[in-house]
Design a protein around this ligand. Structure first.
Ligand SMILES: Cc1ncc(COP(=O)(O)O)c(C=O)c1O
Length: 387
């Protein structure tokens, strides 16, 4: 039979308890999500700051649509680059103290684009082992040499860079190195040692590239993410999580931005993001900078969760919104999620290949929309169903 691999691979997914289906979300707002006519307390949302449905952002979206249109009607290099895009780029540059910023359709696309741009044959990319799929795919399909260092193991990264420098000296060659990591890791919620990575990059004349998808908005007194910790050469941030719109940005120096405009296929051959959304994103970023209480609330609720969970629960504690409870086995994790659903809690099981084998988990996201009573209830339910 033609294309037999399609059904064979799906059957294998089912057999390994890795089969995935989409849920019909009727409504998602604040602390709740309604799925198949049932309302749940939502602990799987990436709307960390609780900004989705914010009246001022919605108003900016409407205003943006009226002034600039819902659609860019072209790629950025043709006629798609409007005042709304420029104004958003400028705000991001001011926010992160970077000279230039470019907008992309998604974080996935931006990561791919950058790994390709920096993936010249003269380059060596060093990726943290837990880097997002878009970074790994981009790096592996680029022309660069790729090495992955153990998760957050900066000593191993140092050794790799030192070895490479010794080889370059021996053979009188010049290698351009790029260190790639996430600011906050998507599935564990722990942070990279940004200050140390920046120091190592400087020592080895390497560039530091950070994917701040889960740090932007949440880390820093103005939500600047990793840029609040150290000077980062290139920052990628998504709009679809704490910023609560859609799309992504890359902030970097003028030379790299110019290079991307001229050579990045993801940038050149793609319609610019919706100008209405760019306008709404600009408003969201203004709110994020001023409303520090949202970050404080995440920190307080996260502490509350850690204090209420039983000692038996393996919780990876950290200062982000993401708190992983590793269960291990896929079937056991699905079973826990099912039991939590029966108690009105929505938590999606995260399974391989999204996370390494035998590390299936609950990925709990604590947001600024939650209340103390939600966290207390969640902790009670988890303590009861994980025995
Ligand atoms: C670390 C990380 N980088 C990049 C992305 C992709 O961003 P987007 O959803 O905007 O494509 C994600 C999304 O899940 C992510 O977790």
């Amino acid at each position: 039979m033609a294309f037999e691999f399609l059904s064979a691979n799906l059957a294998q997914q089912k057999q390994r308890a890795r089969y995935r289906v989409r849920q019909n979300v009727a409504e998602q707002s604040g602390r709740y999500v309604t799925i198949d006519d049932k309302r749940y307390l939502n602990f799987s949302s990436n709307d960390y700051l609780g900004l989705n449905h914010h009246a001022e952002i919605n108003q900016a979206l409407t205003e943006g649509a009226e002034r600039f249109g819902a659609c860019a009607s072209g790629s950025s290099l043709i006629t798609g680059y409007s005042y709304a895009h420029q104004a958003l780029e400028n705000d991001i540059c001011d926010w992160l103290n970077q000279p230039k910023c470019l907008l992309f359709a998604s974080g996935f696309s931006a990561n791919n684009a950058l790994m390709h741009a920096l993936g010249h044959e003269s380059c060596q990319l060093y990726l943290d082992k837990l880097s997002h799929a878009s970074l790994i795919d981009g790096a592996l399909t680029s022309d660069a040499k790729v090495k992955r260092f153990l998760h957050n193991d900066t000593a191993q990264l140092q050794r790799f860079l030192t070895q490479q420098q010794a080889l370059a000296t021996e053979y009188d060659t010049n290698i351009n190195s790029v260190i790639v990591s996430e600011g906050v890791f998507s599935m564990d919620g722990d942070q990279a040692d940004v200050a140390n990575l920046a120091k190592i990059a400087q020592q080895h004349q390497a560039l530091l590239y950070l994917d701040d998808a889960h740090s932007i908005g949440v880390i820093g007194d103005k939500g600047q993410g990793s840029s609040s910790i150290a000077k980062v050469d290139i920052v990628m941030g998504t709009f679809g999580k704490s910023i609560a719109t859609s799309g992504a940005f890359v902030a970097c120096d003028e030379l790299l931005a110019d290079y991307l405009v001229n050579f990045s296929r993801h940038y050149i051959y793609s319609t610019a993001i919706s100008p209405a959304l760019a306008w709404a994103t600009k408003k969201s970023i203004a709110i994020i900078q001023h409303e520090h209480w949202r970050r404080e609330k995440i920190a307080e609720l996260s502490q509350l969760l850690a204090s209420k969970l039983s000692d038996k629960i393996q919780l990876i504690t950290n200062s982000s919104s993401i708190h992983a409870i590793v269960i291990g086995d896929e079937i056991a994790t699905l079973e826990v999620c099912k039991k939590l659903r029966e108690k009105g809690i929505w938590l999606t099981a995260i399974r391989p290949p999204t996370v390494p084998n035998k590390s299936s988990r609950l990925r709990v996201t604590v947001t600024a929309s939650h209340e103390d009573k939600d966290i207390n209830y969640l902790a009670d339910c988890i303590n009861e169903v994980i025995t």
